[in-house]
Design a protein. Structure first.
Length: 430
């Protein structure tokens, strides 16, 4: 029996293992966890559950890791991963630009004080409203996903609008099919053979200027080698000297103890060497590298707090679920919850933590080793919920979405308030 397995039977607190929790998280008194200086048990009492907690310190440090590893590159925060004004402004503070893909994300960026000159607009179906919002805010670069969007873009954009072309690099990132984007047969980007025609079509619009190429191979990508292949292919596809080469994001985050964090430094080294070699071989000047990390910056900054509402053999049901975290039902993702706020001598038993929604796929964690005496009122903390949780949340079953509370150096600040029944009814016109 390992020490970790033995401790619960002694009534001791389980040690924290793995890299899923925000940096610096440590055990507090009475089986609490202290995140960025703040105890989670007190936060749950103060703000209620379910509740998303975000460590500002972790998010900022992870952003700095990218800046340090790639000092000559432009690092853009993938705004879709955490469309929260405070998060966008932390990222801007840390010197990151912003990748947006809707009028809504432009608006959050504008409210956070991010200038259009630091934004890139993406999307495979940009509406006129998206383009107008981007133009109104002076978004400097737009990534073209197909030639068919050029007339609308040229009609709405000002003279000198910079564009990049999103190309399919034909690199399989070996991630979930729903978030694989670098291969043929998915909806994003232009096949390599169509690139010359799209570049020629851009050249026919006098107010559009082609400044670079873009690719994005997928999300929750663990293999650095996939990016190295992508950069080599992309340099091969450059139609001539271009200013920008945007490799997208997708860098993996750990969701379970034992999963590694993405090797940002290793990525930077290998990709920069590949870029230099391929450009030298083609006698091209090296473009500026752009990267668009989202998940790898914010996923492990986040924790969701839930109360257990009911238990039955093998199951514990909590006061949230797929409305605040649809990732298990979308991608088969599974999380690693931890009991907070009390010690117990009960043995650990495989417990499936489920949500409150009317679907049997509403599962947060399958067979998680949790104390056998789990009961209503217990507090569970689920790590690695900082990316694509608030972004993907819904009001399924007319459930109010949870608040987002940031913590930093012992201070807790509400960033998104809890939704109310009147918020829910406000759009129902009877
Ligand atoms: C174009 C683009 N850039 C960046 C990202 C960010 O991905 P991630 O949050 O996995 O880093 C995405 C999402 O996959 C994307 O579609
Ligand atoms: N929503 C996905 C990531 C999508 C990446 C955006 N292109 C997830 O939660 O894993």
């Amino acid at each position: 029996m390992t020490l970790a397995e033995l401790l619960p039977s002694l009534g001791a607190v389980e040690p924290l293992t793995g890299q899923c929790w925000p940096r610096g998280t440590h055990l507090g008194p009475d089986a609490d966890l202290v995140v960025d200086g703040t105890g989670l048990v007190g936060l749950a009492a103060r703000f209620g559950t379910p509740c998303h907690v975000l460590s500002e310190g972790h998010a900022r440090a992870a952003a700095r890791d990218f800046r340090r590893a790639l000092p000559r590159a432009e690092v853009l925060f993938a705004g879709k991963s955490a469309p929260i004004r405070a998060v966008y402004s932390w990222m801007a503070d840390e010197g990151l630009s912003l990748d947006v893909c809707s009028a809504g994300e432009v608006e959050v960026g504008r409210a956070a004080g991010v200038p259009g000159a630091r934004m890139v607009l993406h999307g495979n179906a940009k509406t006129d409203d998206d383009l107008k919002a981007a133009v109104a805010h002076g978004v400097r670069r737009v990534v073209v996903d197909s030639a068919s969007e050029l007339p609308a873009l040229a009609a709405l954009c000002p003279a000198g609008q910079e564009v990049l072309i999103r190309v399919i690099p034909e690199v399989d990132a070996h991630t979930h099919a729903a978030i694989t984007t670098g291969v043929r047969g998915q909806k994003f980007g232009v096949p390599a053979e169509d690139l010359p025609a799209v570049a020629a079509a851009i050249a026919r619009h006098p107010n559009l200027t082609l400044v670079g190429l873009h690719c994005h191979i997928g999300s929750q990508v663990t293999r650095v080698a996939a990016y190295e292949t992508a950069v080599r292919r992309m340099v091969h596809l450059l139609p001539g000297p271009l200013r920008d080469l945007d490799l997208g994001g997708g860098f993996a985050a750990p969701y379970h103890p034992g999963e590694p964090t993405f090797d940002v430094q290793g990525f930077a080294t290998r990709v920069q060497i590949a870029l230099q070699q391929e450009c030298a071989a083609r006698r091209l000047p090296q473009p500026t590298l752009l990267v668009e990390p989202g998940r790898s910056i914010v996923a492990n900054a986040g924790i969701t707090l839930y109360r257990v509402v009911s238990v039955k053999p093998g199951f514990a049901a909590v006061d949230g679920g797929m409305s605040d975290n649809p990732r298990p039902s979308l991608y088969g993702a599974r999380y690693a919850p931890r009991l907070l706020g009390r010690t117990t001598r009960a043995h650990r038993t495989p417990t499936t933590v489920v949500g409150r929604h009317c679907e049997s796929g509403d599962i947060i964690a399958e067979n998680a080793p949790l104390p056998a005496d789990l009961h209503p009122g217990d507090l569970l903390a689920v790590p690695a919920t900082g990316a694509y949780h608030t972004a993907l949340a819904s009001n399924y079953n007319m459930v109010c979405r949870p608040p987002v509370i940031s913590v930093h150096n012992g201070h807790a600040t509400p960033r998104i308030r809890r939704e109310s029944l009147s918020d829910l009814m406000a759009r129902d016109l009877g």
